[in-house]
Design a binder for this molecule. Structure first.
Ligand code: SF4
Ligand code: SF4
Length: 320
């Protein structure tokens, strides 16, 4: 890995508790994994979709690589740390089988730290030894990983569900995956091209047109689809009608509006003031609801996220 990206970057990521897997993937313990094991609290995806937080692996197959440099991203970006590397230069790929084995081992190592923790719930600890879900959402753009479809196939064959989050700038990759995730997220974090350029800072030409192509593709997916908007106060919380037009094109099963959180490397680019309150996110969601016809059906104040849906109730995948 050191040969592909500068080693100070690897050290910085390790300090941020990224567990490297192979040459371009990583697992990071999610805050909610810890909470679920030690306090019984769980993430909003458990609340909305039944995904058990303590049986979830948060990972990325493209830790250092992305087609955008979103202001709000918690990923270390080129130049953030005065370290430069080519975020678009794809390395040689680890085979998907190796990545799946590697993330399971990394999760096991993370869990070992809880064995002697008196706060850890013993039943949940035992269950956590058998992960049931993989959130491909940690950082980076996963569709840059060529064998992504095969990775999904292996995860599903091993009895795990998958939620895949993409920025939608590589529509052809998405269209040709061959295997669908259990649930597909497309990030839409700007109502129009001008805001998109400022907030999502694309690194490839015609990224806005490509995102729109992905939105047009979305209705062809059989799995539930989600438009996820990370809302940044003072940056992209205007023009709900324009967001509504994008949503009309994509016809997603759900919309999630979520507050930007001042965490990770985003702290180098944005301030605490850019985090909207839960009420601001809810107000925005209600406005969107009026303009799209989607209903506000759930929310999580802890994560400052609101779920809008065409369905009365979301589909649930876990066993909780
Ligand atoms: S679904 Fe997301 S928030 Fe919930 S435990 Fe997994 S990684 Fe964390
Ligand atoms: S698309 Fe995702 S990984 Fe890429 S810069 Fe934006 S938030 Fe970060």
């Amino acid at each position: 890995m050191e040969k592909l990206v500068p080693s100070p970057l690897i050290q910085a990521l390790k300090k941020h508790k990224y567990n490297m897997v192979g040459i371009h993937s990583a697992v990071k313990r999610c805050k909610w994994f810890y909470e679920a094991l030690t306090t019984g609290r769980s993430c909003y995806k458990q609340k909305f979709y039944g995904i058990n937080s303590h049986q979830c692996i948060q990972m990325s197959p493209t830790l250092f690589y992305c087609t955008q440099q979103c202001l709000f991203c918690w990923r270390a970006q080129n130049r953030d740390l005065q370290i430069t590397w080519d975020e678009m230069k794809l390395p040689r790929w680890d085979p998907p089988e190796k990545i799946v084995d590697g993330i399971l081992k990394a999760q096991e190592r993370i869990l070992t730290g809880y064995k002697a923790n008196p706060k850890a719930n013993p039943r949940k600890f035992r269950e956590a030894l058998r992960p049931k879900h993989v959130a491909i959402s940690l950082t980076g753009e996963p569709t840059l990983y060529e064998p992504l479809g095969e990775l999904l196939r292996i995860l599903h064959a091993r009895g795990m569900t998958s939620f895949l989050v993409t920025n939608g700038t590589l529509p052809q990759k998405l269209a040709n995956m061959g295997v669908e995730p259990t649930q597909l997220y497309v990030s839409v974090c700007a109502p129009n091209e001008q805001v998109f350029r400022c907030v999502c800072r694309p690194q490839i030409p015609e990224a806005w047109a490509r995102l729109n192509e992905t939105l047009s593709l979305l209705p062809s997916f059989r799995c539930p689809t989600v438009i996820r908007s990370t809302l940044v106060r003072g940056k992209n919380m205007e023009c709900a009608s324009d967001y509504a037009k994008l949503i009309a094109k994509a016809k997603p099963t759900y919309i999630e509006t979520k507050a930007y959180m001042h965490v990770g490397f985003s702290g180098l680019r944005l301030g605490f003031d850019n985090m909207p309150s839960h009420k601001e996110v809810l107000d925005f969601a209600k406005d969107l609801s009026e303009k799209t016809g989607y209903k506000v059906i759930d929310e999580s104040e802890d994560s400052r996220v609101v779920l809008l849906s065409k369905r009365e109730r979301p589909l649930r995948f876990g066993s909780d």
